[in-house]
Every structure is written in C-alpha cells, then in structure tokens.
Design a protein around this ligand. Structure first.
Ligand code: ADP
Ligand code: ASP
Ligand code: MG
Length: 469
C-alpha cells in the first residue's frame, strides 16, 4: 500500500469521457493505495477565462453572457457523460450553476470598473479549476468510492500575495493540509483538490503560475509525506523534446530533480518550473505518466540520475512568448553598479530576467524576459533613463524571438558540445541573436527568431541523435 498524490492535467480532463477514464484510474489505484487527487481546469478553459477577463474591461454584458453560456454548456456536457447517477449529476450541476453565476458577477464587475488587476485576474482564473474538480469528484463517487472535494484554499494551501506566481508558506500549509486531508486518507476517502489555486493569508484567491497544478500536487505530496507524486498528462513522460515539434522524440525513463527542473524552466511544458522544489528537498519521487497509456511506466524523477546517462546532450526545448531587451549605455562600461541599477529597475517592477548576456566592450546588456512584460520593462527603464541620466542611453527590443535550450547533466565534462550546437544552427543558415550558458552548466541556451525555432530544435535533435540513444 502506497500513499500517492495523482494530478490530472487539462488534457486528461478535457471531456466527460476523459473524466470518466480518470475516475476509473483513480478508483482502480485507490483499491490498494491511499490516493489524493489534484485536478486542472478542462483543457483550454484557463486561456478562455484570461481572454474574456482581459476583454471584460472594455466589453459589454452580452459578450460576458455568451461566454458564460458556452462555459456552462461545456461543463454540463461533461457532467452528463462523466457521471451516470442522476442524483450525483444533479448535485454537481448545482455547484456548476452557482459557480458560473458567481463568475458572471465577477466579469460584470470588471466590465464596469474597466480594469483587471493581478488580484482580480487570479480570481477570474480560479474558476477553471473550481468548475472541473467537482465533476471529477462526482465521477469518483459515481464509481461507488468515497470522496470529498476541496478548493486549494479549503485544503489548506496558504501562499504569499504574489498574485499570478504565488508561492506557498510551506510550513503553515503542510500543517493545515495534514490536519484537513490526512484523516480522510486514513479512512480511504479520496480528497479531490483544485490545482493551481490557493489563497493568501487574508484568504484572497491566488494562483501559483500557469501550469501550476503540478505545483499543487507536489505541495500536497510533501505535506502528506506521500511515497510518490504522479503527474498524469497526454504524453508518455518527459521527452527529448516536445513531440509536437519532433514526433520521433524519445521518452526519458529517468531524470534527476535537477535535470527535470532545468527542463521545466527551459520550456518543457510537461512540468511546472517550481513544482520540483518541495519534493526534491524531501526526496519524494515524481512520475510523469500518460493517461491514455497507463500501462507505460513514464518518466521517474528522483534525486540521482540513473547511470544510463553517458550522453552529453539529453534534451532540447524551445521557449516561446519571450522577448529580448537590449540596454545600451556608454557609461555602463566600467561604471560600478550600473548593471545592478538596470536589474534593480526590473526587479522592482516584478520583471523576472530569464537570460542575461553582457558584452563589456559594446557597453550593453541583453536580456530575455516574458513577452507580456516587455512594455512594462521598456517604460520603466526609460523612466530610469530620465531620472538617473547617463546610465542608460538606449533600450531596444525584439519581440519575435524564442529561446532554445540544450540540456544534459554531462555537458560540463564534454568538449565541443557548444561548437557542435552552433555549427548545426549555422549550417541551417539561421542567425543566433544571443547566447548564455547557465552557471549550473546543465544547459546552453540561445535566442533565435521565433519563426526559426522549430527548425533549430529539429536540427539539434537530429545532430545529437536524441531519438536513438
Ligand atoms: P497538462 O494539461 O497535462 O498539464 P501540458 O500541456 O501542461 O499538459 O504539458 C504536456 C505537453 O507538454 C505535451 O503535450 C507536450 O506537447 C509538451 N511538451 C513540451 N516539451 C516537452 C517535453 N520535453 N517532454 C514532454 N512533453 C513536452
Ligand atoms: N489551469 C491552469 C493553467 O492552465 C493550471 C494547470 O493547468 O496546471 O495554467
Ligand atoms: Mg501542465
């Protein structure tokens, strides 16, 4: 008997049929194990909530009603397919109805105020998981298993107030989760918890970052001291690259926390970048598995990479939705603290710098940031330019770029990897805009035009024979 947290991603709960299948899996494993479940929003719902929430500020009530009607239909359709018992259907449909009525009010409020803040955006985004989890809960009950449904907040996840990218106050959270969920596991009652969403100390809804249900799962895993955390998704595990770009991408059976985290940070969407933090400290293994192929073992992530890893390069990833920011200033050369000032301006405006490269001779720094933050970065740097005259003379941007990251724990000991990567790109006639090597030496990353990104990933995957090792 094992204690397991199982997280089901948006694609695994995309339709009523999929949700039924999820309930099959959960109840099958719950016969011999103690299982807690974490669920994402139905595929596509979070994106549509963000889109409508952001439009709501300049939208009208009719548009909001059209949107909520579609959302209601999507979820009621899922209820009628996932659940057979009329009584349970009715119970879940009532929750759906109440939740949608609340969403309608929130969107209308945003529409009248004409503004969406990071705080209200988190509130809007929370509705995806608030709508999906009760359906999964209903489907599990429909399988004659005992279950109880929680929001992340009710389960006890308390975060800081960094809306959009909140992090848990882990000690407090672990205490609350243990208090609320452990007694259920003891009685073989399956807790179903909304992924992604939590609350700060004042009880205000927060989210832990896009793709954050993975993070919810590992937070729960640590709090409940489980044997394993299983991340169920729509691919066989973590692969040598995104199978949507290279169909022959190969599943990696085993990775270390460090390697998997590096891959997550650098674009392997299969895992939330901060999710491995809590479990790696406690040495709790994580398994990535395919809902459609539960017979496959998936990728196992543990402390030690298995000795199978002789190859220098293990994986290649592309991060889209980024932009390059170049800051120039003659006074930057040799002026103590001038880089610090640039980063200070960005840091104070909550702009995370994903990649940095500096060439002293040219008196500039190039940085990569999320594309959506570009406007905020440039305007604040320009204000700083005016205020602190002389440090920054010019700020230029490129917003049609992507980062390519080539990863592998053995890269540091292997000569010639970088030159092989760059000659592969050169042979394709593709221009590299910027280069950086992580201090961990687990990856080499560089920037190309986004339109060239997929071709670069394919070329590197082929050059290093990643589909064959
Ligand atoms: P979920 O809804 O289950 O959370 P995600 O869409 O967040 O699923 O992540 C799974 C997707 O990540 C896959 O469908 C795949 O296209 C993409 N992906 C990108 N890079 C990788 C990689 N290296 N290994 C596996 N999947 C990857
Ligand atoms: N629904 C959230 C998102 O789309 C969280 C998740 O899927 O993990 O980002
Ligand atoms: Mg995900």
């Amino acid at each position: 008997m094992k204690k397991i947290v199982m997280k089901f991603g948006g694609t695994s709960v995309g339709t009523g049929e999929n949700i039924r299948h999820v309930a099959d899996l959960v109840t099958k494993y719950a016969k011999d194990n103690k299982v807690a479940v974490v669920v994402s929003a139905l595929a596509g719902v979070t994106n549509s909530l963000i889109e409508t929430g952001c439009q709501a500020k300049k939208s009208d009530e009719k548009h909001i009603q059209t949107f909520t009607a579609e959302l209601r239909k999507k979820h009621t359709d899922a209820i009628s397919t996932a659940i057979t018992s009329k009584a349970i259907q009715k119970e879940v449909a009532q929750i759906t109805e109440n939740t949608i009525a609340e969403l309608e009010k929130v969107l209308t409020g945003i529409c009248y105020v004409g503004e969406i803040t990071p705080k209200s955006k988190d509130y809007v985004m929370s509705f995806g998981e608030r709508l999906s989890a009760p359906i999964v809960w209903g489907a599990i009950k429909d399988h004659k298993a005992e279950s109880q449904c929680f929001t992340g907040k009710d389960a006890g996840i308390v975060t800081n107030s960094n809306f959009g990218e909140a992090d848990p106050l882990m000690n407090f959270t672990a205490h609350l989760i243990r208090e609320r969920l452990s007694p259920l596991l003891e009685k073989n009652i399956i807790p179903v918890v909304t992924g992604f969403i939590a609350a700060d100390q004042d009880g205000v809804v927060t989210t832990v970052g896009r793709g954050g249900s993975d993070y919810t799962a590992t937070i729960l895993g640590v709090a409940l001291q489980v044997d394993e955390v299983w991340i169920w998704t729509d691919v066989d595990g973590i692969m040598t690259t995104d199978p949507k770009i290279v169909p022959s991408a190969r599943m990696l059976p085993q990775l270390s926390y460090q390697e998997a985290a590096e891959m997550a940070i650098f674009g392997a969407k299969a895992m939330h970048p901060r999710a491995l933090g809590p479990v790696s400290k406690e040495n709790i293994p994580v398994r990535i598995r395919n809902t459609a192929h539960p017979e496959n073992p998936g990728t196992l992530i543990t402390k030690e990479p298995i000795a199978n890893a002789k190859e220098a390069v293990k994986a290649v990833a592309m991060i889209k939705d980024v932009a390059m920011l170049n800051v120039y200033g003659a006074a930057m050369v040799g002026a103590p603290g001038s880089y610090a000032k640039v980063f200070d301006v960005l840091g104070k405006n909550s702009i995370n710098v994903m990649m940095i490269s500096a060439a002293a001779s040219e008196a500039n720094i190039s940085m990569v940031i999320k594309r959506g933050l570009l406007g905020r970065a440039v305007s604040n740097l320009e204000i700083a330019l005016q205020e602190r005259g002389g440090i920054v003379s010019e700020v230029t941007t490129e917003d049609d770029v992507a980062v390519i990251a080539v990863m592998g724990a053995n890269m540091k000991g292997t000569l010639g990897v970088a030159s092989k990567i760059f000659s592969t790109v050169a042979k394709k006639g593709i221009n590299i805009r910027m280069i950086a090597q992580g201090s961990s030496e687990l990856n080499i990353s560089f920037v190309v035009k986004e339109k060239d990104g997929a071709a670069v990933v394919r070329a590197i995957h082929e050059e290093f024979n990643l589909d064959k090792n």
